[in-house]
Design a protein around this ligand. Structure first.
Ligand SMILES: *[C@@H]1O[C@H](CO)[C@@H](O)[C@H](O)[C@H]1NC(C)=O
Ligand SMILES: *[C@@H]1O[C@H](CO)[C@@H](O)[C@H](O)[C@H]1NC(C)=O
Ligand SMILES: *[C@@H]1O[C@H](CO)[C@@H](O)[C@H](O)[C@H]1NC(C)=O
Ligand SMILES: *[C@@H]1O[C@H](CO)[C@@H](O)[C@H](O)[C@H]1NC(C)=O
Ligand SMILES: *[C@@H]1O[C@H](CO)[C@@H](O)[C@H](O)[C@H]1NC(C)=O
Ligand SMILES: *[C@@H]1O[C@H](CO)[C@@H](O)[C@H](O)[C@H]1NC(C)=O
Length: 832
């Protein structure tokens, strides 16, 4: 969320003829942005429309897909009654949440230019666009594409809080005319304007693209063109999209281009052709089930801090993953974790710039685990030298790494095989990979299999108490073995909502459950807002596309309490289900109520009690088990999303995610927990967790006040103690009572495949995290106590002086692990 100056265009004037004036400090990013912006110029030089565009000689001709019979394309989301409302929009009675592009004049006939109609479907209704608005939650939209081939001649401009959803039963194609011009991406997720990116990339939250074919094959191979431009942040996803690009000699096409942001999650993508299947540069992302065919380079990683790739399949490319950006003297890729994947018929699997003497010293950290090679002569190449030989036959890399290792002491400068994680069987699929399951879209169910929350009497209007109606709808759906569709809205609840086993619930562009009132306001007697199962209840639930929030002072609110004991063979699932605490319309925890107060010393006596907004965000309780959480962001707001200047606010929420399940068995895929008081992730007396990439940020106000203020200590919850306010190192005095990013106590088999634990601020000032200042935002951020079989791959910290503490001892000083802005340890492992 914090915007990084070093990636902000310095001279930010962009237009079709002046793209060359945009500069980025990372040369690789500069080069890519320039080459992509070159599209503007290129297309204005293109000799104009071919009257019969599908006969253009250069690309592989692509015929419009034959239309299958209408009934086989039926999809419930298209057919269901559309009655979602934006409760806090100025005109909720007229504002349209659901938009079918055909209602806006798009033809999808493979001939007509649908650009204007699609853009109108996205923008109508006074929505938050890149040229006019920083961010907003009051103009949400689902923009739905029925089956068809939608021809476009300019970019589809994505807006804030938008889900672009195609029919998953008959994927709509978005195909560019050969004359396509004037934009970065067939879908531009963050359009450049006069001052650089329209939306600050690290503030682009809550949006999705799913179920499309993105087709650039009519565009000449030699033209640089991008399928989707996607500089985004947390709670964003691209799912189930096929990219069709030219694979002609010399192709300049690329499927996805990201140059900034703080993501994020993607899954189930297939890329055909291209110079680069995808070009990725962002702080961190988790990506799962991406398949590449016939690209020159499947993935060109231009920069990152940490990245987790799982279930990647690379076929018939020249290079699989190129992370050598910047070269050995200025590597711009911090770290990559690449697991459960395969590379076939590709001369070089992974290309790095890491090697003896490469700079920064820990940049280019790489961990590979369980990767099958099939005719990949060079598995890993570092600075042109073979670091790990491949094979013209078949082999499996059990585990290999390069970078600094702490086992648990270090640093050791490692390059070579490592002992793979001893994976608990309960976390695995039959093929030995960690279990994975994509978000269900229920495309096989007719509309009659759904119950609507609004049709069941819940209002979602943000004012009426919907507790009873929403609870009744949940029971009704379960009783009829149907799926509950929670039409977009803000469902105010004054008592706990209970989700019994067997429930399947799906929201509409993040329908919100909003707690309020006294029931949730006792800081000594916490109550769940949403309770999934009761203690010792067994069974499974599925839940997707929703948000749980609080309104006003809610000192005892636990947003999610997960009690269910689900079998590891069919775990419960949360997909794109998020927490949002404060900072949005309807929360009553905005700039007006919760301004920052850095210049006043905050004490128990003067602390703004009205802004104590939650007790805990997610609790995985003692008898719970078997939860798969994918793309879940538990966010305590650091700024007001409705404010045009994204002004910071101070909101207090006690604890982030607490896992104290005795039998564990949890998958946390692409999760992030931010800005809580005591800790972000705490694993206590638990086991068997697969997590990656995890990401945290320490509360920006700390240490003004320090933790635990304003939350009383609960021994029963394994709350941490904060015995000293500061620690010293030489002449440095460093806050030592900031919340923990990650705390693992009395636990085993906590397996973390990629972690970014960031502490950017000290009392709202970033001086403490500026490079060269000694990483003095907080003394420690990650501790392990009395735990075994703990592995963390690619730990990246910011602003933290001592990176790891084991049983009270500091084991990893930041200055030994410098990696540009972050500090990186490729492998941390407890001794037993
Ligand atoms: C596409 O836009 C170009 C101008 O950029 C125009 O010349 C051409 O006629 C348009 N083609 C179609 C099919 O709309
Ligand atoms: C691809 O194009 C380059 C430059 O035009 C040429 O040198 C090379 O031989 C071509 N390769 C193939 C396989 O056609
Ligand atoms: C991976 O993605 C492809 C393409 O969307 C999909 O067909 C396949 O089912 C996905 N695999 C898994 C394990 O989800
Ligand atoms: C491999 O990729 C090359 C270049 O894109 C292409 O010409 C060839 O047909 C591909 N082979 C297969 C088996 O797809
Ligand atoms: C917080 O920072 C401000 C300056 O921005 C300073 O005046 C104040 O004393 C600081 N408070 C604490 C508790 O560090
Ligand atoms: C703190 O110590 C370092 C070396 O240990 C020294 O370079 C620096 O000048 C000192 N700073 C102050 C303010 O004394």
């Amino acid at each position: 969320m914090r915007s990084f100056v070093f990636l902000t265009p310095l001279l930010a004037t962009i237009g079709s003829s002046i793209a060359q004036h945009v500069h980025f400090q990372i040369p690789e990013v500069e080069r890519y942005v320039q080459s992509m912006l070159g599209e503007f110029n290129h297309y204005t030089k293109y000799p104009g429309p071919s009257p019969i565009y599908w006969q253009h000689p250069s690309p592989r001709p692509t015929k419009p897909a034959p239309s299958p019979p209408a009934n086989s394309c039926a999809y419930w989301l298209e057919d269901i009654k559309h009655q979602g409302i934006a409760a806090f929009n100025p005109s909720p009675s007229t504002y349209q949440v659901f938009r079918n592009v055909k209602d806006f004049g798009a033809k999808g006939d493979g001939v007509t230019d649908d650009t204007a109609a699609i853009n109108n479907a996205i923008s109508s209704g006074g929505r938050c666009g890149p040229d006019t608005c920083a961010s907003s939650t009051v103009t949400p939209a689902v923009v739905y594409f029925p089956a068809g081939t939608y021809m476009i001649n300019a970019s589809i401009i994505d807006y804030y809080y938008t889900q672009l959803i195609g029919n998953p039963n008959c994927l709509p194609t978005i195909r560019a005319f050969p004359t396509f011009s004037g934009g970065l991406g067939l879908i531009d997720g963050d359009q450049y304007g006069a001052n650089g990116l329209g939306f600050g990339a690290t503030n682009v939250f809550w949006r999705q693209i799913r179920n499309f074919i993105i087709d650039t094959t009519l565009i000449p191979a030699t033209s640089a063109v991008t399928g989707i431009h996607w500089p985004t942040a947390q709670a964003t996803s691209i799912q189930n999209v096929v990219f069709q690009m030219s694979s002609n000699n010399g192709t300049q096409h690329q499927g996805i281009f990201i140059e900034q942001g703080s993501g994020g999650f993607m899954n189930d993508l297939v890329f055909y052709g291209g110079l680069n299947g995808a070009v990725f540069g962002n702080q961190q992302f988790t990506m799962r089930n991406l398949t590449f065919y016939n690209a020159v380079t499947a993935i060109d990683q231009i920069w990152d801090w940490g990245w987790t790739y799982k279930s990647i399949s690379i076929n018939n490319c020249s290079v699989g993953l190129d992370m050598s950006s910047g070269g050995p003297t200025a590597q711009s890729v911090g770290s990559i974790t690449f697991i459960d994947s395969s590379i076939s018929n590709t001369p070089v699997g992974i290309k790095t710039a890491h090697g003896p003497g490469s700079q920064p010293s820990t940049a280019g950290s790489l961990i590979v685990e369980n990767v099958v090679l099939n005719n990949v002569p060079v598995a890993i190449q570092g600075n042109g030298v073979t670091a790990l030989a491949g094979t013209t036959g078949q082999t499996t890399i059990a585990a290999w790494g390069e970078g600094h290792s702490y086992t648990p002491n270090g640093p050791n400068n490692h390059e070579g095989p490592i002992t793979p994680v001893s994976r608990p069987g309960s976390l695995l699929q039959a093929d030995g990979k960690y279990f994975e399951r994509s978000k269900p879209q229920y495309q096989q169910y007719p509309v009659s299999s759904f119950v609507s929350a609004r049709s069941s009497g819940a209002t979602g209007n943000g004012h009426t108490d919907d507790t009873a109606a929403l609870q009744a709808a949940i029971y009704a759906a379960k009783a009829q073995n149907k799926i509950l569709f929670v039409d977009h809205g803000d469902y105010l609840v004054s008592r706990t909502i209970y989700i019994p086993s067997g429930s399947r619930i799906v929201g509409e562009t993040y329908s919100v459950i909003l707690s309020s009132g006294n029931f949730f306001n006792n800081i000594n007697s916490p109550q769940p807002v949403v309770q999934i199962g009761k203690a010792r209840e067994s069974g499974t639930i599925e839940w997707s596309d929703m948000i749980v929030s609080t309104q006003g002072q809610q000192r005892g609110a636990v947003l999610f309490e997960y009690n269910l004991d689900s079998p590891s063979s069919s775990p419960s699932g949360l997909w794109d289900v998020h927490a949002r605490v404060g900072g949005f319309a309807g929360s009553n925890l905005q700039l007006a109520q919760c301004p920052t107060t850095p210049t006043a010393t905050v004490t128990a006596a003067n602390l703004n009690q009205n802004c104590i907004a939650a007790f805990m965000t997610m609790h995985l309780t003692k008898f719970s088990s078997g939860l798969y959480a994918e793309n879940v962001w538990l966010w305590v707001a650091d700024h007001d999303v409705e404010d045009p200047s994204s002004t910071q606010i101070t909101v207090y929420a006690g604890r982030g995610l607490l896992d104290e399940s005795q039998s564990g068995t949890f998958w946390l895929i692409g999760t992030a927990v931010e800005h809580h008081t005591l800790y972000e992730y705490q694993f206590a007396h638990t086991r068997n967790v697969f997590a990656g990439q995890i990401q945290t940020e320490t509360a920006y106000y700390q240490p003004n006040p320090s933790a635990p203020l304003p939350f009383p200590f609960f021994a029963s919850l394994n709350d941490p103690r904060f015995p000293s306010l500061t620690a010293t190192d030489g002449n440095l005095t460093i806050p030592d009572a900031d919340g923990w990013g990650l705390r693992i106590v009395h636990s085993n088999n906590i397996l973390i495949y990629g972690a970014g634990l960031y502490s950017f601020f000290d009392n709202y000032s970033t001086t403490c995290s500026n490079q060269g200042n000694g990483e003095v935002c907080q003394y420690r951020n990650f501790e392990v106590i009395s735990s075994n079989a703990i592995t963390v791959y690619n730990l990246n910290t910011v602003g933290t002086h001592e990176m790891i503490e084991v049983d009270g001892q500091n084991v990893a000083y930041y200055g030994d692990n410098l990696d540009g802005f972050v500090d990186t340890i490729a492998l941390f492992r407890t001794s037993s």
